[in-house]
Ligand binder design. Sequence first.
Ligand code: HEM
Length: 388
Amino acid sequence: MRLDSEEFAADPHRAYSALRQAHGPLAPVELADGVPATLVLGYREALQILGDPARFPADPTERPSSARCPTLPLSQWRPSATRGEDHTRYRHAYHDCLAQVDLHALRTDVIANAVPLINAFCSEGSADLLNEYAIPLTVRVMNGVLGFPPEADDAAFDALTQVRDADDAASAEAGFERLTAVIRAVLADKRSRPGTDVMSALLTHPGRFGDGEITQIVGMMYEGGTEPTWNLIANTLLEMTNDVSFRDVLLGGSLSTRDAIDDVLFGDPPVPNGCVSYPRQPQIIGATMLPPNQPVITSMAASNNDPTTSGGDRTGNRSHLAWGAGAHACPDKAQSVAMVIATDSVEQLLDVLPEIELAEPPQWRRGGFHRALMALPVTFPRTPPLNL
Ligand code: HEM
Protein backbone atom coordinates (compact mmCIF):
# COMPACT_ATOMS: atom_id res chain seq x y z
CA MET A 1 0.00 0.00 0.00
CA ARG A 2 1.34 3.43 -0.93
CA LEU A 3 0.39 6.18 1.50
CA ASP A 4 0.63 8.82 -1.24
CA SER A 5 -1.80 7.01 -3.59
CA GLU A 6 -5.25 8.21 -4.75
CA GLU A 7 -6.70 4.96 -3.42
CA PHE A 8 -5.38 5.61 0.08
CA ALA A 9 -6.55 9.26 0.09
CA ALA A 10 -10.05 8.26 -1.07
CA ASP A 11 -10.67 5.84 1.83
CA PRO A 12 -7.86 5.55 4.38
CA HIS A 13 -9.98 3.66 6.91
CA ARG A 14 -10.64 0.90 4.40
CA ALA A 15 -6.86 0.76 3.80
CA TYR A 16 -6.13 0.55 7.55
CA SER A 17 -8.63 -2.32 7.88
CA ALA A 18 -7.12 -4.22 4.95
CA LEU A 19 -3.58 -3.70 6.31
CA ARG A 20 -4.66 -4.78 9.79
CA GLN A 21 -6.29 -7.92 8.42
CA ALA A 22 -3.27 -8.83 6.30
CA HIS A 23 -0.46 -7.94 8.76
CA GLY A 24 -1.82 -7.25 12.26
CA PRO A 25 -0.89 -4.13 14.26
CA LEU A 26 2.31 -3.33 12.30
CA ALA A 27 2.12 -3.27 8.52
CA PRO A 28 4.66 -2.69 5.73
CA VAL A 29 3.77 0.33 3.53
CA GLU A 30 5.48 2.63 1.02
CA LEU A 31 5.58 6.38 1.65
CA ALA A 32 6.34 7.00 -2.02
CA ASP A 33 7.69 4.88 -4.84
CA GLY A 34 10.46 2.67 -3.40
CA VAL A 35 10.41 4.31 0.09
CA PRO A 36 9.49 1.52 2.54
CA ALA A 37 8.17 2.16 6.05
CA THR A 38 6.23 0.41 8.80
CA LEU A 39 2.78 1.73 9.71
CA VAL A 40 1.70 1.21 13.33
CA LEU A 41 -2.04 0.44 13.42
CA GLY A 42 -2.39 -0.85 17.00
CA TYR A 43 -3.15 1.55 19.88
CA ARG A 44 -1.02 -0.38 22.41
CA GLU A 45 1.87 -0.76 19.97
CA ALA A 46 1.70 2.97 19.15
CA LEU A 47 2.00 3.89 22.85
CA GLN A 48 4.82 1.38 23.31
CA ILE A 49 6.81 2.89 20.43
CA LEU A 50 6.08 6.55 21.22
CA GLY A 51 6.98 5.95 24.87
CA ASP A 52 10.38 4.44 24.10
CA PRO A 53 12.52 7.07 22.36
CA ALA A 54 15.71 5.15 23.24
CA ARG A 55 14.70 2.30 20.91
CA PHE A 56 12.64 4.48 18.57
CA PRO A 57 14.40 7.85 18.25
CA ALA A 58 12.69 10.63 16.31
CA ASP A 59 16.06 11.94 15.09
CA PRO A 60 16.64 10.51 11.62
CA THR A 61 20.40 11.08 11.33
CA GLU A 62 20.82 7.66 9.70
CA ARG A 63 17.93 7.79 7.34
CA PRO A 64 18.95 7.10 3.80
CA SER A 65 15.70 5.99 2.16
CA SER A 66 13.27 8.76 3.08
CA ALA A 67 15.55 11.44 1.58
CA ARG A 68 13.68 10.72 -1.64
CA CYS A 69 10.27 11.23 -0.09
CA PRO A 70 8.74 14.68 -0.65
CA THR A 71 6.19 14.15 2.10
CA LEU A 72 8.83 13.87 4.82
CA PRO A 73 10.61 17.24 4.65
CA LEU A 74 9.86 18.05 8.28
CA SER A 75 11.11 14.67 9.39
CA GLN A 76 14.60 15.17 8.03
CA TRP A 77 17.29 16.16 10.48
CA ARG A 78 17.00 19.79 11.51
CA PRO A 79 18.19 21.76 14.50
CA SER A 80 14.68 21.73 15.90
CA ALA A 81 12.96 20.20 18.90
CA THR A 82 11.26 17.60 16.81
CA ARG A 83 14.17 16.21 14.89
CA GLY A 84 17.39 17.36 16.54
CA GLU A 85 19.54 15.93 19.31
CA ASP A 86 19.03 18.97 21.61
CA HIS A 87 15.36 18.25 22.25
CA THR A 88 14.97 19.31 25.90
CA ARG A 89 16.29 22.83 25.31
CA TYR A 90 13.91 23.31 22.38
CA ARG A 91 10.98 21.73 24.19
CA HIS A 92 11.35 24.31 27.02
CA ALA A 93 11.35 27.09 24.46
CA TYR A 94 8.19 25.78 22.78
CA HIS A 95 6.47 25.66 26.14
CA ASP A 96 7.66 29.08 27.36
CA CYS A 97 6.96 31.06 24.23
CA LEU A 98 3.50 29.56 23.79
CA ALA A 99 2.68 29.97 27.51
CA GLN A 100 2.68 33.74 27.05
CA VAL A 101 -0.12 33.57 24.45
CA ASP A 102 -3.20 35.14 26.04
CA LEU A 103 -6.01 32.71 25.17
CA HIS A 104 -8.73 35.32 25.85
CA ALA A 105 -7.10 37.75 23.45
CA LEU A 106 -6.69 34.87 20.98
CA ARG A 107 -10.46 34.25 21.13
CA THR A 108 -11.14 37.89 20.37
CA ASP A 109 -8.70 37.69 17.49
CA VAL A 110 -10.39 34.58 16.04
CA ILE A 111 -13.77 36.33 16.06
CA ALA A 112 -12.33 39.58 14.68
CA ASN A 113 -10.89 37.62 11.75
CA ALA A 114 -13.90 35.31 11.31
CA VAL A 115 -16.55 38.01 10.93
CA PRO A 116 -15.19 39.73 7.77
CA LEU A 117 -14.53 36.34 6.17
CA ILE A 118 -18.13 35.21 6.85
CA ASN A 119 -19.48 38.58 5.69
CA ALA A 120 -17.70 38.12 2.36
CA PHE A 121 -19.84 35.09 1.47
CA CYS A 122 -22.90 34.85 3.76
CA SER A 123 -25.23 36.71 1.38
CA GLU A 124 -24.07 34.60 -1.59
CA GLY A 125 -25.69 31.34 -0.41
CA SER A 126 -22.57 29.30 -1.17
CA ALA A 127 -18.88 29.22 -0.21
CA ASP A 128 -15.77 27.07 -0.12
CA LEU A 129 -15.33 26.84 3.64
CA LEU A 130 -11.79 25.50 3.37
CA ASN A 131 -10.26 28.11 1.07
CA GLU A 132 -12.49 31.06 1.97
CA TYR A 133 -12.73 30.45 5.71
CA ALA A 134 -10.66 27.78 7.50
CA ILE A 135 -7.34 28.52 5.75
CA PRO A 136 -7.32 32.35 5.78
CA LEU A 137 -8.71 32.46 9.33
CA THR A 138 -6.11 30.05 10.73
CA VAL A 139 -3.23 31.68 8.89
CA ARG A 140 -4.17 35.21 10.00
CA VAL A 141 -4.58 34.18 13.63
CA MET A 142 -1.37 32.11 13.66
CA ASN A 143 0.51 35.02 12.04
CA GLY A 144 -0.45 37.09 15.08
CA VAL A 145 0.59 34.33 17.51
CA LEU A 146 3.97 33.84 15.85
CA GLY A 147 4.61 37.53 15.12
CA PHE A 148 4.44 37.88 11.32
CA PRO A 149 3.54 41.48 10.38
CA PRO A 150 0.75 41.84 7.75
CA GLU A 151 3.28 42.74 5.02
CA ALA A 152 4.98 39.32 5.43
CA ASP A 153 1.72 37.30 5.34
CA ASP A 154 1.59 36.64 1.60
CA ALA A 155 5.27 35.72 1.21
CA ALA A 156 5.07 33.30 4.16
CA PHE A 157 1.87 31.69 2.87
CA ASP A 158 3.25 31.38 -0.71
CA ALA A 159 6.31 29.58 0.67
CA LEU A 160 4.11 27.25 2.73
CA THR A 161 2.03 26.50 -0.37
CA GLN A 162 5.21 25.50 -2.20
CA VAL A 163 6.08 23.07 0.61
CA ARG A 164 2.55 21.57 0.55
CA ASP A 165 2.36 21.22 -3.21
CA ALA A 166 5.93 19.92 -3.68
CA ASP A 167 6.33 16.88 -5.93
CA ASP A 168 9.82 16.10 -4.72
CA ALA A 169 12.03 16.61 -1.68
CA ALA A 170 14.12 19.34 -3.40
CA SER A 171 11.06 21.48 -4.12
CA ALA A 172 9.76 21.00 -0.55
CA GLU A 173 13.13 22.08 0.84
CA ALA A 174 13.21 25.08 -1.52
CA GLY A 175 9.78 26.13 -0.19
CA PHE A 176 10.99 25.78 3.40
CA GLU A 177 14.08 27.86 2.50
CA ARG A 178 11.80 30.60 1.17
CA LEU A 179 9.80 30.46 4.40
CA THR A 180 12.92 30.74 6.55
CA ALA A 181 14.08 33.74 4.45
CA VAL A 182 10.79 35.52 5.26
CA ILE A 183 11.21 34.70 8.96
CA ARG A 184 14.84 35.94 9.00
CA ALA A 185 13.74 39.28 7.57
CA VAL A 186 10.96 39.61 10.18
CA LEU A 187 13.38 38.70 12.99
CA ALA A 188 15.74 41.50 12.07
CA ASP A 189 12.88 43.94 12.65
CA LYS A 190 11.68 42.24 15.86
CA ARG A 191 15.00 42.95 17.54
CA SER A 192 14.39 46.68 17.43
CA ARG A 193 10.59 46.51 17.78
CA PRO A 194 9.63 43.43 19.88
CA GLY A 195 5.95 42.55 20.36
CA THR A 196 4.00 40.05 22.44
CA ASP A 197 4.49 37.11 20.12
CA VAL A 198 6.44 33.86 19.79
CA MET A 199 9.29 35.36 17.73
CA SER A 200 9.87 38.17 20.22
CA ALA A 201 9.74 35.73 23.17
CA LEU A 202 12.32 33.48 21.50
CA LEU A 203 14.73 36.40 21.00
CA THR A 204 15.01 36.87 24.76
CA HIS A 205 14.56 33.24 25.86
CA PRO A 206 17.12 31.97 28.46
CA GLY A 207 17.91 29.08 26.09
CA ARG A 208 19.88 31.72 24.10
CA PHE A 209 18.77 30.68 20.64
CA GLY A 210 20.59 32.05 17.62
CA ASP A 211 18.72 33.51 14.65
CA GLY A 212 19.17 30.27 12.67
CA GLU A 213 17.59 28.23 15.46
CA ILE A 214 14.72 30.67 15.98
CA THR A 215 14.05 30.63 12.26
CA GLN A 216 13.77 26.84 12.32
CA ILE A 217 11.46 26.86 15.34
CA VAL A 218 9.13 29.49 13.91
CA GLY A 219 9.13 27.82 10.48
CA MET A 220 8.27 24.49 12.04
CA MET A 221 5.47 26.03 14.16
CA TYR A 222 4.08 27.89 11.16
CA GLU A 223 4.10 24.78 8.99
CA GLY A 224 3.16 22.31 11.73
CA GLY A 225 0.61 24.58 13.42
CA THR A 226 -1.42 26.04 10.57
CA GLU A 227 -2.25 23.13 8.26
CA PRO A 228 -3.51 20.66 10.91
CA THR A 229 -5.58 23.42 12.52
CA TRP A 230 -7.32 24.51 9.32
CA ASN A 231 -7.90 20.84 8.44
CA LEU A 232 -9.42 20.24 11.87
CA ILE A 233 -11.87 23.11 11.26
CA ALA A 234 -12.73 21.89 7.75
CA ASN A 235 -13.03 18.23 8.76
CA THR A 236 -15.33 19.14 11.67
CA LEU A 237 -17.54 21.22 9.38
CA LEU A 238 -17.55 18.36 6.85
CA GLU A 239 -18.60 15.91 9.56
CA MET A 240 -21.53 18.20 10.38
CA THR A 241 -22.67 18.32 6.77
CA ASN A 242 -22.22 14.56 6.34
CA ASP A 243 -23.92 13.47 9.51
CA VAL A 244 -27.21 15.22 10.19
CA SER A 245 -27.66 13.62 13.61
CA PHE A 246 -24.17 14.85 14.61
CA ARG A 247 -25.14 18.39 13.55
CA ASP A 248 -28.52 18.22 15.27
CA VAL A 249 -27.10 17.19 18.64
CA LEU A 250 -24.46 19.89 18.31
CA LEU A 251 -26.90 22.64 17.38
CA GLY A 252 -29.36 21.34 19.98
CA GLY A 253 -26.71 21.85 22.67
CA SER A 254 -26.42 18.26 23.90
CA LEU A 255 -22.93 18.01 22.33
CA SER A 256 -20.43 20.82 22.88
CA THR A 257 -18.28 22.07 20.01
CA ARG A 258 -15.28 20.83 21.98
CA ASP A 259 -16.78 17.31 22.08
CA ALA A 260 -17.59 17.48 18.36
CA ILE A 261 -14.00 18.44 17.59
CA ASP A 262 -12.67 15.67 19.83
CA ASP A 263 -14.86 13.23 17.92
CA VAL A 264 -13.11 14.31 14.70
CA LEU A 265 -9.71 14.06 16.45
CA PHE A 266 -10.64 10.46 17.23
CA GLY A 267 -12.22 9.43 13.95
CA ASP A 268 -10.36 11.40 11.31
CA PRO A 269 -7.51 13.38 12.92
CA PRO A 270 -5.85 16.10 10.79
CA VAL A 271 -2.44 14.42 11.23
CA PRO A 272 -3.52 10.82 10.62
CA ASN A 273 -0.03 9.39 10.25
CA GLY A 274 3.15 10.87 11.67
CA CYS A 275 5.37 10.80 14.77
CA VAL A 276 8.04 9.17 12.61
CA SER A 277 10.86 7.30 14.34
CA TYR A 278 13.98 5.61 13.05
CA PRO A 279 15.25 2.59 15.04
CA ARG A 280 19.03 2.36 14.83
CA GLN A 281 19.06 -1.43 15.34
CA PRO A 282 16.50 -4.09 14.38
CA GLN A 283 13.65 -3.95 16.93
CA ILE A 284 11.01 -6.52 17.78
CA ILE A 285 7.46 -5.47 18.65
CA GLY A 286 5.07 -8.38 19.20
CA ALA A 287 5.76 -10.80 16.39
CA THR A 288 7.18 -8.19 14.01
CA MET A 289 10.84 -7.35 13.39
CA LEU A 290 11.38 -3.74 12.41
CA PRO A 291 14.46 -3.14 10.24
CA PRO A 292 17.04 -0.51 11.27
CA ASN A 293 16.94 3.03 9.81
CA GLN A 294 13.61 2.50 8.14
CA PRO A 295 10.85 4.97 9.13
CA VAL A 296 8.28 3.72 11.63
CA ILE A 297 5.13 5.82 11.21
CA THR A 298 2.42 5.91 13.85
CA SER A 299 -1.05 5.91 12.37
CA MET A 300 -2.98 8.00 14.86
CA ALA A 301 -6.13 7.52 12.75
CA ALA A 302 -5.82 3.72 12.75
CA SER A 303 -4.68 3.41 16.39
CA ASN A 304 -7.56 5.58 17.63
CA ASN A 305 -9.93 3.18 15.91
CA ASP A 306 -8.14 -0.05 16.85
CA PRO A 307 -11.01 -2.56 17.30
CA THR A 308 -9.19 -4.24 20.22
CA THR A 309 -9.19 -1.05 22.32
CA SER A 310 -11.91 1.27 21.01
CA GLY A 311 -15.68 1.07 21.16
CA GLY A 312 -18.75 2.62 22.75
CA ASP A 313 -19.71 6.27 23.10
CA ARG A 314 -16.67 8.53 22.77
CA THR A 315 -18.24 11.69 24.21
CA GLY A 316 -15.85 13.22 26.73
CA ASN A 317 -13.19 10.60 25.97
CA ARG A 318 -9.89 12.30 25.05
CA SER A 319 -7.65 9.24 24.94
CA HIS A 320 -7.06 9.67 21.21
CA LEU A 321 -3.54 10.04 19.83
CA ALA A 322 -4.31 12.97 17.50
CA TRP A 323 -1.68 15.12 19.26
CA GLY A 324 0.91 12.33 19.27
CA ALA A 325 2.23 10.93 22.56
CA GLY A 326 5.45 10.75 24.54
CA ALA A 327 8.41 13.12 24.49
CA HIS A 328 7.52 14.68 21.13
CA ALA A 329 3.75 15.05 21.56
CA CYS A 330 2.24 18.34 20.49
CA PRO A 331 2.95 20.65 23.46
CA ASP A 332 -0.07 21.35 25.73
CA LYS A 333 0.10 25.06 25.02
CA ALA A 334 0.11 24.42 21.26
CA GLN A 335 -2.92 22.17 21.66
CA SER A 336 -4.71 24.98 23.53
CA VAL A 337 -3.93 27.45 20.74
CA ALA A 338 -5.19 25.01 18.10
CA MET A 339 -8.35 24.20 20.07
CA VAL A 340 -9.24 27.87 20.63
CA ILE A 341 -8.84 28.61 16.92
CA ALA A 342 -10.82 25.51 15.89
CA THR A 343 -13.61 25.78 18.48
CA ASP A 344 -14.25 29.49 18.09
CA SER A 345 -14.13 29.45 14.31
CA VAL A 346 -16.60 26.54 14.08
CA GLU A 347 -18.94 28.18 16.63
CA GLN A 348 -18.77 31.56 14.95
CA LEU A 349 -19.61 30.07 11.55
CA LEU A 350 -22.48 27.92 12.84
CA ASP A 351 -23.94 30.87 14.76
CA VAL A 352 -24.39 32.71 11.47
CA LEU A 353 -24.90 29.78 9.07
CA PRO A 354 -26.36 26.80 10.98
CA GLU A 355 -27.80 25.16 7.86
CA ILE A 356 -24.76 24.40 5.72
CA GLU A 357 -25.14 21.59 3.17
CA LEU A 358 -22.34 19.95 1.23
CA ALA A 359 -22.46 21.01 -2.44
CA GLU A 360 -20.19 18.29 -3.89
CA PRO A 361 -18.73 15.01 -2.66
CA PRO A 362 -15.46 15.62 -0.78
CA GLN A 363 -12.13 15.21 -2.55
CA TRP A 364 -9.02 14.60 -0.49
CA ARG A 365 -5.41 15.64 -1.08
CA ARG A 366 -2.93 12.82 -1.54
CA GLY A 367 0.10 12.37 0.71
CA GLY A 368 -0.85 10.32 3.77
CA PHE A 369 0.48 12.73 6.42
CA HIS A 370 -2.47 15.14 6.47
CA ARG A 371 -6.20 14.39 6.30
CA ALA A 372 -6.79 17.32 4.04
CA LEU A 373 -9.70 18.27 1.80
CA MET A 374 -9.03 20.01 -1.50
CA ALA A 375 -12.07 22.24 -0.93
CA LEU A 376 -15.23 22.34 1.16
CA PRO A 377 -17.96 23.68 -1.15
CA VAL A 378 -21.24 24.23 0.73
CA THR A 379 -24.57 25.93 0.25
CA PHE A 380 -26.77 27.62 2.88
CA PRO A 381 -29.73 30.02 3.05
CA ARG A 382 -28.56 33.54 2.14
CA THR A 383 -27.94 35.57 5.29
CA PRO A 384 -27.23 39.33 5.70
CA PRO A 385 -23.71 40.30 6.81
CA LEU A 386 -22.99 40.75 10.51
CA ASN A 387 -22.34 44.24 11.88
CA LEU A 388 -18.62 44.76 12.37
C1 HEM B 1 -5.12 20.57 15.20
C2 HEM B 1 -3.92 21.06 15.25
C3 HEM B 1 -2.68 20.26 15.56
C4 HEM B 1 -2.45 18.91 15.53
C5 HEM B 1 -3.43 17.80 15.16
C6 HEM B 1 -1.08 18.70 15.93
C7 HEM B 1 -0.48 17.46 16.03
C8 HEM B 1 0.84 17.26 16.38
C9 HEM B 1 1.49 15.97 16.42
C10 HEM B 1 0.83 14.64 16.03
C11 HEM B 1 2.77 16.18 16.82
C12 HEM B 1 3.86 15.11 17.00
C13 HEM B 1 4.76 15.14 15.77
C14 HEM B 1 5.86 14.11 15.79
O1 HEM B 1 6.10 13.43 16.79
O2 HEM B 1 6.50 13.98 14.74
C15 HEM B 1 2.94 17.59 17.04
C16 HEM B 1 4.11 18.17 17.47
C17 HEM B 1 4.26 19.52 17.61
N1 HEM B 1 3.30 20.49 17.45
FE1 HEM B 1 1.37 20.20 16.95
N2 HEM B 1 -0.50 19.91 16.22
C18 HEM B 1 -1.44 20.89 15.99
C19 HEM B 1 -1.29 22.25 16.16
C20 HEM B 1 -0.14 22.85 16.60
C21 HEM B 1 0.03 24.26 16.79
C22 HEM B 1 -1.07 25.31 16.58
C23 HEM B 1 1.33 24.46 17.17
C24 HEM B 1 2.03 25.75 17.54
C25 HEM B 1 1.44 26.83 17.94
C26 HEM B 1 1.96 23.16 17.24
C27 HEM B 1 3.26 22.94 17.63
C28 HEM B 1 3.86 21.71 17.71
C29 HEM B 1 5.25 21.52 18.08
C30 HEM B 1 6.21 22.60 18.48
C31 HEM B 1 5.51 20.14 18.02
C32 HEM B 1 6.84 19.43 18.27
C33 HEM B 1 6.95 18.94 19.69
C34 HEM B 1 8.26 18.22 19.99
O3 HEM B 1 8.84 17.60 19.11
O4 HEM B 1 8.70 18.30 21.13
N3 HEM B 1 1.04 22.21 16.89
N4 HEM B 1 1.74 18.23 16.77
